[in-house]
Write a protein of this length. Structure first.
Length: 218
């Protein structure tokens, strides 16, 4: 039987930290590599079942446990039951990470399944990006929440898409095929399907924030 802990576990959290949400299980080699190389794997409730099916034992399972069969909880996993219904399991996980001073985490399993859950996951991703450094990885690409001036590494020729996250950001780009010069995202599709001209590019974002999606080459 797994140990059930309400509240605290050890303060020392080995890095890298990976959070697995309860969306579509990763199947592309890139997110699977991140999952397999996690030093600390934290699962949001029922995502623990997904982790086990993919050959990983969760280090920590956090949530209200409404979608987790207790009989299937690995005995090695720490279980932190948070029964409040005012926030999602992903929010519970990220609150725990903030409380443990985790500086950064990679999010897997955000997309797919129910559309309301998926959209809520990305809203949480945007909100918590102001509190710790988050990157999401799906079977199709790497997703960053961007505000301010930032540089990125990628594969040359990768598809780069910019999507509105908050307010009306003004964007300038360097190193993309279609250069943006102090432009606002005019429509939902305005920033879709740009392309990286080399292995590096940068963005200057002010007055709001955006989601940056860098597509996997293969």
């Amino acid at each position: 039987m797994a140990r059930h802990i309400v509240g605290e576990v050890e303060n020392s959290i080995p890095k890298p930290v990976v959070v697995l949400a309860n969306g579509n299980p990763p199947s592309h080699r890139h997110p699977l590599s991140i999952l397999n190389n996690a030093a600390t794997l934290i699962c949001a409730d029922g995502a623990a079942t997904t982790a086990v099916k993919l050959g990983r034992i969760p280090d920590v399972i956090i949530g209200d446990m409404d979608s987790m069969d207790e009989a299937h909880i690995p005995p090695e996993s720490e279980v932190i039951a948070m029964t409040g219904q005012h926030n999602t399991d992903l929010e519970k996980v990220l609150d725990w990470c903030v409380g443990k001073n985790v500086p950064s985490a990679t999010l897997l399993g955000l997309s797919g399944m129910r559309e309301d859950h998926m959209m809520a996951n990305f809203a949480v991703f945007s909100e918590y990006s102001h509190r710790l450094q988050l990157t999401a990885v799906t079977d199709y690409g790497i997703i960053h929440h961007v505000a301010g001036n930032k540089s990125f590494d990628c594969e040359s020729g990768a598809t780069v898409s910019l999507l509105l996250a908050a307010n009306e950001p003004t964007i300038s780009s360097h190193g993309l095929k279609y250069t943006l010069k102090a432009e606002k995202l005019k429509t939902g599709g305005h920033g879709i399907s740009n392309r990286a001209e080399s292995e590096h590019f940068s963005l200057e974002v002010s007055g709001g924030s955006l989601f940056l999606i860098i597509g996997h080459i293969d």
